[in-house]
Design a protein. Structure first.
Length: 191
């Protein structure tokens, strides 16, 4: 089994759907690995959302590989572009990892205020999903959560654990492009 087939098998083990391979053809995509693509997974009875995931963002021989996924309530080809841009940044500008944030430079969907991504553990899929050991490398499968600029500033000032605590306390709707900031009402709290 080659490297790409290992990644595909890992996704299919957890998400059941075969996934449709898509590739964004604009911009400096020639700088990305030749076998790189974005997989589009349709909703299933167990997973009632669209999932867009990188495939071969990581490459054989890397000490630790990274694959990212985004979730959506609707089919959205714009997420292929978004993940491709984030992938380009990771491979060509600065390596990304757990708890990092990245500026999308555009709204996540529609006119969303969430124009950044926060890289988190894949809480919805569990720890077995997060790690895939191949002969060549350990690959981390992480969740790219769209967040607002003020949430990024809060994370920088208070740390990623505090931001994730707010996600949990607010039971934020990670599928809603128009969700309220998890910081809303925080200023009313007494510490």
């Amino acid at each position: 089994m080659n490297y790409k087939e290992s990644i595909l098998k890992h996704y299919r083990k957890f998400w059941v759907d075969e996934g449709k391979a898509l590739r964004w053809e604009r911009g400096p995509v020639d700088k990305l690995p030749e076998d790189f693509c974005i997989l589009e997974f349709q909703p299933t009875a167990e997973r009632d959302m669209w999932t867009y995931a990188t495939c071969c963002l990581s490459q054989p021989g890397e000490e630790q590989g990274l694959e990212l996924h985004l979730l959506s309530s609707k089919k959205d080809i714009g997420l292929v572009e978004l993940l491709t841009m984030v992938s380009y940044y990771h491979r060509c500008k600065a390596a990304l990892g757990l708890s990092h944030t990245v500026n999308f430079g555009m709204p996540w969907q529609d006119n969303s205020r969430n124009t950044y991504g926060y890289i988190s553990l894949p809480y919805l899929d569990g720890p077995d999903f997060m790690n895939m050991q191949t002969e060549q490398a350990l690959v981390k499968f992480l969740w790219l959560i769209p967040v607002s600029e003020e949430e990024v500033k809060y994370k920088i000032e208070h740390g990623s654990d505090k931001l994730e605590d707010l996600f949990e306390e607010n039971q934020f709707n990670y599928l809603d492009p128009y969700r309220s900031s998890v910081l809303r009402g925080l200023e009313r709290r007494s510490f």
